[in-house]
Write a protein that binds this ligand. Sequence first.
Ligand code: ADP
Length: 475
Amino acid sequence: MASEAAPFAKTGGLGDVAAALARYLVRDGHDARLFLPLYGRIDRKGLVPVGFLRDVPVRMGDRTFTFSVWSGALPQGGPTMYFVECAPLFGRQEIYSQQGDEHLRFGMLSRAALESCQRMGFAPHVVHCNDWHTALIPLWLRTIYKWDRLFAETKTVLTLHNLAYQGGFPKSVIGDLSLRGFENLLHQDELRAGRVSFLTSGLLYADALTVVSPTHSREVQTAEYGFGLDGILRARGVTGILNGVDYDEWSPERDRHIAARYSPQDMSGKAACRRALLAEAQLAGDPQGPVFGVVSRLTSQKGLDLVPAALARLLASDDVRLVALGSGDQRVAQSFRDMERQFPGKVRFREGYDEPWAHRIEAGADAFLMPSRFEPCGLNQMYSLRYGTVPIVRNTGGLADSVTIYDPDTGHGTGIVFDSPDASALRWAAETAARLYRDRAVWRSIQLQGMAEDFSWTRQIQEYTALYRRLCERG
Ligand code: ADP
C-alpha cells in the first residue's frame, strides 16, 4: 500500500512506482492488492463500493473513525485497487495536507488495509509498505494485530523511496496510533526527545528493508546520506533494487501526449516533438544548440537552484533553450521566473504539475537536467534515455546506476555525469552537452545507446519476487 498510485494520485516517483510494482506483480502471476486513500481529488466514476467493507469502525485514540472501501481497476490492467474512503481524513483535495492530522490520515490507511484483509479473509504472504506513510504496519502486526492468526505467516517489506520524509510527530500521538502500552517497542532515543517516527518504527520491525537503487543502498548507510538513520540501516541491512520504468506509459513509440511518435529506427518524430515543444513554450525558432529540459519537484534535493548560475553563460552566448516544469520551493520557482525575464525567448518555466507537459518535455528536449544532491532512484533520467533525450545527471544514487558517462575515447556512454553538487560542475556538464550536440553523429550515437537501455519492470520485478520468496522460505 502507498500514499500515491498513478494515475489516481501522484506527486512524484512514488506514485509511478507503487502502481507499476503492483501491476507487474499481477502480470507475474501474484495476487497483489493495492490500497490507496480515496482522496477528494479522485474521480469516483467507475469505482464500485465493496458491500462488506462499509462503515467499518476503527478506534484511533479517543476517536472512532469509520471507513468504507471502493474497488476499481488500474488502467492497463493490474491489481484490484482498494480505495479507502474516510471523508474527515481523506475528503480534502490534497494528497498531503497541513492540517496537523497526517498521522491519523496515513495511520488510517494502514489500519484500513489490515482491517480489510481481515474481513476479506485475505492472508497476504507479504505486506509491502512504501515510505513512512505505511511504515507502522510491521509494528502493528507485532502488537495490536498479533492476536490474529490470519497474519501469522505474513512478512513485511518496507521500501524507502526517500529518507528525507520520515513521518515524525510529537509523542502525544502515541494514543492516536493505538501504541499506548507498547512504548518500549518504539525507538527510545526518539521517545526521550519527545517524538515518534513512523519511518523509524518500520526500519526497526519490517522483515526486509529496500531502497530504490543499489548505489543509494550504500549511500544511506553513511552519515552524509542517512538522514540520521544510517546507524539503524547499517545494523539492519538494506537491499537496493533499482526502480523499473513502465514503458507502457513512457515510450516515444506509444506516448499519447506527444506531437509525433518515434523510435530508434526513425527519429524524425523527435524533431517534430522539439518543434512542437518550442512552439507550445512560445520560445524562439529552431536553435542551433540543445533544448534543455527539466521536470521536477522543486526541492533542495533536486539541486535546481544551481541551474541559473550554471546555464547563464550558455544562455547568454549560445543558441540554446531551457524548458522547465515544476512546483514546490518558491525560491527556486522565482529563480526560474527571473531566468525567463533575463533571457526572453530562450527560457520557459511552467509552474505546476502537468502530466502531458512532462511527456512533451521528455520527447521535445535534447538534453535533460537532473543535478540532484541526492537521488534515491530518479525516474526522469530513465524516461529521458528512452526518449533519446540525453540525461545530464549528478553521480549519485539511482542516477549513477542508470546513466553511464559518455567517453569520447571509446564512444560509449548514455549521458553526461558530474560529481560535485555545485554550479561549476553543472556548468561543465551543460557546456559539454552543448559541445557534443554540435557533432550530430556523436549526439545520435549517445541517443541511440540510451534508447537501447532496458529498465523495464518485467526485469526489476524479479528482484522483488526473489526477495519475497526468500522471506517466506525463511519462515
Ligand atoms: P521524485 O520521486 O523525487 O519526485 P522521480 O524522478 O523519482 O523524483 O519521479 C518524478 C516523477 O514525477 C516523474 O514521473 C516526473 O515526470 C513526475 N513529475 C515531477 N514533477 C512534475 C510536474 N511538475 N509535472 C508533472 N510531472 C511531474
